[in-house]
Design a protein around this ligand. Structure first.
Ligand code: SF4
Ligand code: SF4
Length: 394
């Protein structure tokens, strides 16, 4: 795949690409669909959150939703839950989702000597890869993506929020999800791909933050809390925006989770990249057609979002979060059919997929789509088949 770094600055690129207007306001996390599930009666989560506790699992007869599947999915979330909810009773925080992590130990009393920003950046990226990142990029912090308020799930209050002073950069971490598991979406079993993604992100971001703190600088580990991951990952050169509202990474496609570390350590920021996603999405629309509740838009990007759970003042394809989340609630697990069917969701360790995706960024893009259909890529794999064959090379 030919990946081109853009020449403009990240801010110029985002402003032009998404026609960002002066109407753009920082997002209040209270309006996030998961926060709304707590305070907004029109979003009735029923037993959705309870099902993530094995004591409350909702067994069904259907394959993919039985005791084995819920036990497996909930175990994949276990560390994220236990670490993230340590302070729930005292401050209503779910670290990693409503608040950043506060598990780091004391800083080094002296700062490491920095002789070269290039070398520092290289070491930081190397460490992130060693701690589990599939890819890593760096962006300058653009305040527009930092939440204006974070949400206390206990008191249901939105508290004005800002990052501590001095934070200049975000280290954006791509965590690939398991490709074979992602082929089984939607099912409780498939939700383990999401859970494992977050647990790996938690480990990588917190370990990275501690590494930087050990060097004498400040660092904050974060998953979905604190700031919008997708625009920041785009600024950090980690992919393009897809019609399904997700980041499409040049190495792992949309089958990823994103974690991040804010820091004041001097680093070199990356540039956004282009490899033809927008043009491909213009002719594809497979995610829109496959979404069971038609939550993904057809046609061109729009400026007005479908409801207040998305930012205004930016022109983009925006998923209807209300429709999407209600579907999750109905199933008692998350859905990622849009990831499963996306032609960019391929195992790019295989040369033939790498060749195929080259054509996605060429006038032959419609042929790529046809080939995908003929070979039935994106079709759901039975969860029973995954349980039999999930482990490769054994
Ligand atoms: S997660 Fe499922 S319901 Fe939500 S937009 Fe994607 S396909 Fe539609
Ligand atoms: S399924 Fe097609 S339209 Fe949707 S994000 Fe992927 S490439 Fe774009």
């Amino acid at each position: 795949m030919k990946v081109r770094k853009v020449k403009k600055s990240s801010t110029e690129f985002i402003n032009k690409e998404f026609e960002v207007s002066s109407q753009l306001k920082r997002f209040n996390q209270k309006n996030d669909i998961f926060s709304r599930a707590i305070w907004d009666e029109t979003i009735n989560p029923k037993k959705f959150f309870l099902s993530y506790d094995i004591a409350n699992y909702a067994p069904k007869k259907s394959k993919g939703f039985d005791h084995w599947d819920y036990a497996f999915r909930n175990a994949s979330w276990h560390l994220t839950d236990v670490v993230g909810e340590r302070d729930f009773e005292s401050r209503g925080a779910v670290e990693g989702f409503t608040d950043y992590y506060t598990i780091q130990t004391e800083a080094s009393p002296s700062k490491v000597e920095i002789t070269s920003i290039e070398d520092t950046t290289h070491r930081i990226k190397l460490a992130a890869k060693m701690f589990g990142a599939g890819m890593v990029g760096i962006c300058n912090i653009d305040k527009r993506w930092v939440y204006s308020h974070n949400f206390d799930r206990k008191t249901q209050e939105a508290k004005p929020f800002d990052l501590p002073k001095g934070m200049k950069h975000a280290i954006m971490i791509i965590v690939p999800m398991d490709y074979e598991l992602s082929k089984t979406y939607p099912a409780a079993l498939s939700g383990a791909a999401t859970g494992i993604g977050y647990s790996t992100g938690l480990n990588c971001a917190n370990t990275m933050a501690q590494f930087i703190i050990n060097l004498g600088y400040n660092a904050i580990a974060s998953l979905n809390d604190t700031a919008l991951n997708i625009p920041m990952a785009i600024e950090a050169g980690l992919g393009e925006y897809g019609r399904h509202g997700l980041l499409i990474n040049q190495k792992f496609g949309p089958n990823i989770r994103i974690a991040k570390v804010f820091t004041d350590l001097p680093l070199l920021a990356d540039k956004p990249v282009e490899f033809g996603v927008k043009k491909f999405c213009n002719v594809c629309e497979r995610c829109s057609k496959s979404c069971p509740v038609k939550a993904i838009p057809f046609g061109d990007p729009q400026t007005s979002p479908p409801n207040f759970s998305s930012q205004t003042g930016i022109k983009k394809w925006t998923v209807n979060a209300e429709k999407c989340f209600r579907f999750w609630v109905g199933m008692n697990t998350d859905c990622a059919i849009c990831i499963r069917v996306c032609p960019y969701n391929k195992d790019f360790s295989k040369w033939w997929h790498r060749v195929g995706i080259k054509f996605a960024n060429s006038p032959f893009r419609k042929l790529v789509l046809k080939t995908d259909d003929v070979w039935k890529f994106g079709e759901r794999v039975l969860t029973s088949k995954w349980w039999q064959k999930g482990i490769r090379n054994q």
